[in-house]
Design a protein around this ligand. Structure first.
Ligand code: FMN
Length: 351
């Protein structure tokens, strides 16, 4: 795949990759338009996609000084797993469209920088290979299949392969209407679609008990919640964590940006289980704002995808490292020595 360097005309000065957005620009040049649009796009008018980003601009940081935070430590633990910094790789489908090594490269990169990759259900045919591609924890994202026999077999394989948690995605009861894909005629190559891929459209809270039973002790997180009501139900049905998410703006348009939904869910959960969020995190300061509003950690989808398209494993590690470095810098500049110093007093609404 093309890299920033490959694309430089001879003799031209190097353009350093400094931000996650730099990776997106390189990825956009490297990918065909339909594939780029599939990864970049959202549902319908992409209002929610835009809100995911815009929501971060509605918060400002309140820095504190003279607190000995010159060399901050962004490490944390999440459900027993040590993380070098509180940014996980979100489940993203069909990564071999971005790079021939696809999910394997992403898994190695996540392990290399000390975080967790959540592997998409759409990689079911590869799940053992992805698990074995690196040391260190990986989690499995689940779409509950209509065929419960096949779903149970899949979960047995997931456990056997050593995945450390299940992340059950509940916001895909039907496919979001993604106009870019309809316009470009994008279709997932059949070779990348796992054989038993037929998500259950009629999901119920009771299904969480079925999943927990087959998880056999692995933590189960529920991904795709946007309301306090559903967060309460997730707790009542035994979820070990929740992920505030609108699927990167790809499912229902005109819903809140994820960061906008975070406070009511944090307030409902009251620290009983970890609350994660994803959607629009592109900067270390975004991570800091989400944590100040009560997230235990965030996930990033497209940033890792752009790194993968640009430079394979190195690019995914590069994109994640940029977020880690930016977070460390933001912690130093706001007086946070560790993530224990990050709390509500660190932010205020932007007028
Ligand atoms: C191309 C693409 C494919 C995705 N595939 C999945 C998936 O298979 N399972 C899932 O739970 N979420 C999936 N998501 C949603 C991500 O896990 C995550 O919620 C979202 O990308 C976060 O927003 P961000 O891309 O702005 O970081 C996908 C997102 C994108 C962009």
């Amino acid at each position: 795949m093309a890299t920033g360097q490959d694309q430089r005309p001879e003799g031209a000065p190097a353009t350093p990759i400094l931000t996650v957005d730099d990776y997106e620009r390189i990825a956009r040049d490297a990918l065909s338009e339909p594939v780029y649009d599939f990864f970049a796009g959202g549902a319908v008018d992409e209002r929610t996609l835009a809100r995911n980003r815009a929501a971060f601009e509605r918060w400002l940081l309140r820095p504190r000084y003279l607190r000995g935070a010159a060399a901050p430590d962004p490490s944390t633990r999440l459900l027993g797993v040590p993380l070098a910094f509180p940014v996980l790789v979100a489940p993203v489908a069909y990564q071999r469209l971005l790079h021939p090594e696809g999910e394997l490269a992403t898994r190695r990169a996540a392990a290399r920088v000390g975080t967790v990759m959540v592997v998409s259900s759409t990689a079911a045919d590869l799940l053992e290979d992805v698990a074995a591609a690196a040391e260190g924890p990986a989690w499995w994202q689940l779409y509950l299949w209509r065929d419960r026999g096949a779903a149970a077999e899949l979960l047995a394989r997931v456990r056997e392969a050593g995945y450390g948690a299940l992340v059950w995605t509940v916001d895909l009861t039907t496919w979001g209407r993604r106009l870019r894909d309809l316009r470009t005629g994008f279709e997932v190559p059949p070779a990348l679609v796992p054989s038993a891929h037929d998500p259950e459209p009629d999901l119920r809270w009771e299904d969480l008990a079925w999943i927990r039973e087959r998880a056999a002790g692995l933590p189960v997180l529920v991904k795709g919640l946007l309301t306090a009501e559903d967060a309460r139900l997730a707790l009542e049905h035994g979820a070990d964590g929740v992920v505030v998410s609108n699927h990167g703006g790809r499912q229902l348009d005109a819903v809140v940006g994820s960061l906008e939904a975070l406070p009511e869910i944090v307030e409902t959960v009251q620290g009983r289980v970890p609350v994660l969020m994803d959607g629009g995190v592109r900067r270390g300061t975004d991570v800091l704002v989400a944590l100040a509003l009560g997230a235990s950690a965030v996930l990033v989808g497209r940033p890792a995808a752009w790194g993968l398209a640009a430079e394979g494993e190195r690019g995914v590690a590069g994109a994640l490292s940029i977020l880690r470095d930016e977070l460390e810098s933001a912690m130093a500049l706001t007086g946070c020595r560790t993530l224990a110093d990050v709390g509500p007093a660190l932010v205020r609404p932007a007028g």
